[in-house]
Design a protein around this ligand. Structure first.
Ligand code: NAD
Length: 357
């Protein structure tokens, strides 16, 4: 697809910042990065792009219809990649309102502004225009141990306010395709990890706690199984779907890395033992503590990748051993980045159980 300018929403967040860097620095595209800069948005994740002529940051709320219409009219993107969302399950349990507002109402307003823009495009540009909606495998609910992995045909069964709000947004996006003919693509991915992840999610929580010699919390028994996708693989997958996916289709994106939470935490601790041994010489895993489980915690998510592989020729490049090691190295080499967040009034203690998947 001939794409030059992409509007990315949520490009100052974890996945967004990794995606924007890939698009600008490696794919040679111009990116209009629209982000409200909630607690999760961090322009320091985009330092590498400072002053780059192909990266334009616009601070705006996707729910602000007038602002979105202005941005679209002014920058005339060839495609939209929609990542802006409230994304943390624990926060959705404590305060669901922001999730309804941004993930559902915000997506609706963005769709309305996009449809208006799309309808005014000349035919040659409308033909190649795409709206890619980035969503989660959590919309499919929980799998029993040994059950078949989620496919694009799996029924929706979301359990948390976060996953319910994402499910609602997926349905809205599909409705805008079926009812109004907006050419959309939807992706549902598994848990991401990698550089620039906000230190409230499981992987950075474990790394920072290990580095500081503190207790490492694991929800419940730690039996919960998640599939782990390196954020760079995710960004490449999104670019692949945008370029080669069929309008109206859904694509599941996974990392081929199913791990029990406890095994993941142990793996991270063992990488740490090698790269940054505890001062007392004890294994970091000795400080793992089981804490009260999250309410309604889904047992297992797993992704069937066949459609991405067979139709679009995409597969994840990182496996658990290489991907998590690189991630530990990144957090060790970029203390300034995450310490900046922690010192900005944000405290891991606010999370209670510490870390979420
Ligand atoms: P994140 O919380 O790190 O970043 C979200 C970004 O959206 C932030 O920069 C925030 O400032 C911005 N934002 C929030 N509300 C906004 C609004 N109303 N208007 C404009 N900007 C707003 O999230 P993430 O982990 O990077 O996830 C990005 C997307 O990918 C989300 O849609 C999420 O549901 C989806 N997803 C995430 C994962 C994961 O493991 N992190 C997995 C699957 C899908």
């Amino acid at each position: 697809m001939d794409v030059r300018t992409i509007l990315v929403t949520g490009g100052a967040g974890f996945i967004g910042a990794n995606l924007v860097r890939l698009l600008v620095l490696e794919k040679g595209l111009r990116v209009i990065n629209v982000d409200k800069l909630t607690y999760a948005g961090n322009l320091r994740s985009l330092d590498e792009l400072a002053g780059h002529p192909d990266h334009l940051f616009v601070r705006a709320d996707i729910g602000d219809a007038a602002a979105m219409a202005r941005v679209l009219a002014e920058h005339r993107p060839d495609a939209i990649m929609h990542l802006a969302a409230e994304s943390h399950v624990d926060r959705s349990i404590d305060g669901p309102a922001a999730f309804i507002e941004t993930n559902i109402v915000g997506t609706f307003r963005l769709l309305a502004a996009t449809l208006d823009y799309y309808r005014k495009l000349p035919a040659s540009r409308a033909e190649r225009f795409r709206f890619l909606h980035v969503s989660t495998d959590e919309v499919y609910g929980s799998l029993a141990a040994g059950a078949e992995a989620f496919t694009e045909a799996s029924p929706y069964d979301p359990h948390s306010p976060y996953s319910a709000s994402k499910a609602a947004s997926d349905h809205l996006v599909r409705a805008w395709c079926h009812t109004y003919g907006l050419p959309v693509l939807i992706t549902n991915s598994s848990n991401n990890y990698g550089p620039y992840q906000f230190p409230e999610k499981l992987v950075p929580v474990v790394l920072i706690r290990a580095l500081e010699g503190r207790e490492i919390p694991v929800y419940g028994s730690g039996e919960h199984v998640r599939d782990w996708l390196h954020v760079r693989d995710h960004a490449e997958a999104l670019w692949t779907v945008l370029g080669r996916g069929r309008a109206g289709e859904t694509y599941n994106i996974g990392g081929h890395n199913e791990l029990r939470n406890l095994d993941l935490v142990r793996l991270l601790c063992s990488i740490f033992d090698e790269l940054r041994p505890s001062p007392d010489g004890k294994p970091h895993a000795d400080r793992i503590r089981h804490v009260a489980d999250r309410p309604g915690h889904d047992l297992r998510y797993a992704i069937d990748l066949r459609k991405m592989r067979d139709e679009l020729g995409w597969e994840p490049a990182e496996d658990a051993a290489t991907g998590f090691r690189k991630t530990v190295e990144w957090y060790l080499g970029n203390e300034d980045w995450w310490r900046g967040i922690l010192s900005g009034g944000y405290r891991l203690e606010r999370l209670g159980a510490g870390g979420a998947v």
